[in-house]
Write a protein of this length. Structure first.
Length: 388
């Protein structure tokens, strides 16, 4: 009984923060965020500070060791903790992982839409290819980012009803995007462009939809409007953050068909974020698997779906239902994700892994290349990588 009380007491002490500790954390966080905000909000920053060079000119975006943290009153949340991957021109990259693994924060970092001042990019680069030059988004001042966001890179959010403004008509909202980035266009030209975008995304009555409010449209129609808004300025990259999650199955299929058709017409790269493995298998050329703020595996769609390497990826594959296979209970990965504030030094998946061995007690594993296109962060493949 005494041992049980002692154990419960120690658990309570681990999760308890005194008022004094909370104040110290707040002061520490304020010093960091104030310095980062001051840097971000500078005016007349010379272009040379955020001008960079792409490692591969055929890439639209290159994430290089990105760290995005949230400075909270109970500690620092490492939401994205050293992410590196590329989005090639004209290709679709799927980012998959369970809720809270850092998928959306990775994309919001590129858009500079992470909630500030608590959320900050603290390390790493996001190189964005504009064709004639490349910018490091992580270092761009806020006023310059306004010229990139919505123009060269745009985002389709998960829930269109909360993304569209309920008090403005559909036409006015798309017009605003086009006018902001193309001030030389007349009102008539802007309206024609908006109607063309609505037609392009498969809306049968663009003139009628142009005059309607968001609440007058169905979920599928609202998502089509969001897609029209996202591609209105012919962006080089479209980020789709779980674009089909709030839609029923038949509408999901229509939206995915629309994405495939648009990809050929606008020749943009697509970063597709979802927890739906079926959507990834159907749409993605390259797949990135994230867990607890880090990439655990990446490769082509065939690499990931036909030859999954990381135990977490294997678990994800095992947890999806299969047609014509009857099971009493769907598989679920045992255990839980470690606290984002108190991340361990070893592999974040170790305590949930059924294949762990002595090396897993060491430092977080490096990224091992197991084929020309396939990389994984797991000690099981250290010998395979060294042999290659």
């Amino acid at each position: 009984m005494a041992d049980s009380t002692k154990t419960n007491s120690s658990k309570k002490n681990q999760n308890y923060i005194s008022a004094s500790e909370s104040r110290n954390i707040s002061r520490y966080n304020r010093r960091i965020t104030d310095a980062l905000e001051k840097q971000r909000n500078r005016k007349h920053v010379p272009e040379s500070e955020y001008l960079t060079t792409m490692k591969d000119p055929n890439n639209t975006v290159e994430y290089d060791d990105l760290h995005t943290y949230f400075f909270t009153d109970i500690g620092t949340v490492r939401a994205v903790d050293g992410v590196s991957f590329e989005v090639p021109q004209g290709k679709t990259v799927g980012i998959v992982g369970e809720s809270g693994c850092g998928k959306s924060i990775t994309s919001l970092s590129l858009m500079q839409l992470v909630q500030r001042p608590q959320g900050q990019i603290v390390q790493g680069q996001i190189r964005f290819n504009l064709g004639d030059k490349a910018y490091d988004i992580a270092k761009m001042p806020a006023n310059m980012m306004e010229k990139i966001r919505g123009n060269h890179v745009s985002m389709i959010f998960q829930e269109p009803m909360t993304s569209l403004n309920p008090v403005f008509r559909i036409g006015e909202q798309i017009n605003e995007v086009i006018t902001l980035h193309n001030p030389e266009k007349s009102e008539a030209e802007v309206k024609d462009h908006t109607l063309h975008m609505l037609d392009l995304v498969g809306i049968a009555n663009p003139d009628g939809i142009y005059k309607r409010y968001p609440h007058e449209l169905s979920g599928g129609m609202r998502q089509r409007v969001m897609i029209a808004m996202a591609i209105a300025c012919d962006p080089k990259l479209v980020i789709a953050d779980e674009p089909t999650t709030a839609l029923d199955v038949t509408i999901q299929a229509q939206i995915l068909d629309l994405f495939r058709n648009l990809k050929e017409k606008i020749n943009s790269s697509i970063m597709l974020i979802t927890h739906d493995l079926g959507v990834i298998a159907e749409m993605a050329d390259t797949v990135v698997v994230m867990y607890a703020g880090r990439i655990v595996e990446k490769g082509t769609a065939d690499d990931i779906f036909l030859h999954p390497a990381h135990p977490y990826t294997v678990g994800l594959m095992a947890s999806k239902p299969v047609v014509n296979r009857k099971v009493d209970r769907l598989y679920s990965i045992p255990g839980s994700v470690p606290s984002p504030i108190h991340m361990p030094d070893y592999c974040y998946f170790r305590d949930r892994c059924d294949k762990r061995f002595s090396l897993c007690n060491g430092k977080y594993p490096a990224e091992f290349q197991i084929s020309e296109t396939h990389k994984v962060s797991c000690y099981q493949y250290m010998d395979v990588a060294s042999g290659a």
